[in-house]
Design a binder for this molecule. Structure first.
Ligand code: ADP
Ligand code: MG
Length: 262
């Protein structure tokens, strides 16, 4: 089995308070992988630690069997939207082109081919018409799509996306998921922090359930169980309602089968 990411005994703490505790997980290459967990579960911290933006307290991460620094060009990161400075005076095209600097270096010269790739990425997320717009003057969904374009323009092998669908309309979300799925059929690995339980089940091949500790990690049908979800979300009332609905959905077909047998 080829792993895109191996996480070994990873612990991360802020001010001595552990935010990730002893995480061990192997994530297969070529899959669409969802990270689920409540607010404050450590999802963003996990992604940032994988990206080397936060130091591990103990343990380590390997990407494609190597330390990040060996494979950095092959890894693309889409941060959570709130963490981006939207007043920064750059255009949509500038942001998409940033995806190419992974290949040219920060002061490298962008070629015509780089522009074509950036434009193609903008086309894929439906942002071509906004290429010259300043990013501060976009809707939340458009801003998110612009940062997806930057990731696509990098043409990486592994994509780490932190809540890419926050503030994105349902139609765009569907289109982007289709696009990400297409990328996995070409061997790319896509890791997405996601907050909607209902859609998570349909979207992802593989799931990692997190709440400071790893609750479960594996193929979605095996991991997406009411018990695991309860362990992950604990006492969160609205989410427990979601879990109850999901349990109902699980039980419903069983009941129908029984009725048919009678
Ligand atoms: N830079 C930081 N300094 C101190 N605490 C932090 C920092 N970043 C995150 N935390 C804390 O770590 C926990 C996990 O945060 P985070 O990884 O952002 O969770 P999630 O993305 O799952 O909502 C939270 O309790 C948060 O307050
Ligand atoms: Mg987060």
């Amino acid at each position: 089995m080829d792993y895109a990411i191996e996480i070994h005994d990873l612990t991360v703490a802020f001010d001595r308070k552990p935010v990730l505790w002893n995480i061990d997980a192997h994530l297969p290459a070529g899959k669409l992988i969802g990270i689920l967990g409540p607010n404050g579960a450590g999802k963003s911290t996990l992604i940032k630690t994988i990206m080397g933006l936060i130091p591990a307290g103990s343990g380590y991460v390997k990407i494609f069997g190597q330390p990040l620094k060996e494979v950095r060009k092959r890894v693309s990161y889409v941060p959570q939207r709130e963490t981006i400075d939207w007043d920064f005076p750059v255009s949509v095209m500038d942001v998409a082109l940033m995806g190419r600097y992974a290949h040219t270096g920060m002061f490298g010269k962008l070629r015509r081919a780089d522009r074509d790739i950036a434009l193609d990425a903008l086309r894929k997320v439906g942002m071509e018409a906004f290429a010259n717009r300043q990013i501060g003057r976009l809707s939340g969904g458009q801003q998110q799509r612009t940062f997806l374009a930057r990731a696509l323009a990098q043409r990486a092998d592994l994509y780490l996306m932190d809540e890419p669908f926050a503030g994105v309309d349902a139609a765009t979300e569907k289109a982007v998921i289709t696009l990400l799925r297409e990328m996995t059929t070409q061997g790319k690995t896509v890791l997405v922090v996601h907050h909607n339980l209902q859609s998570a089940r349909q979207y992802f091949d593989h799931l990692l359930l997190l709440n400071t500790r790893l609750v479960a990690c594996g193929p979605a049908p095996e991991v997406f169980t009411p018990d695991n979800l309860r362990d992950t979300y604990g006492g969160n009332l609205t989410l427990l309602t979601d879990v109850a609905n999901l349990m109902h959905q699980e039980q419903h077909p069983v009941r129908e089968n029984k009725l048919q047998q009678e």
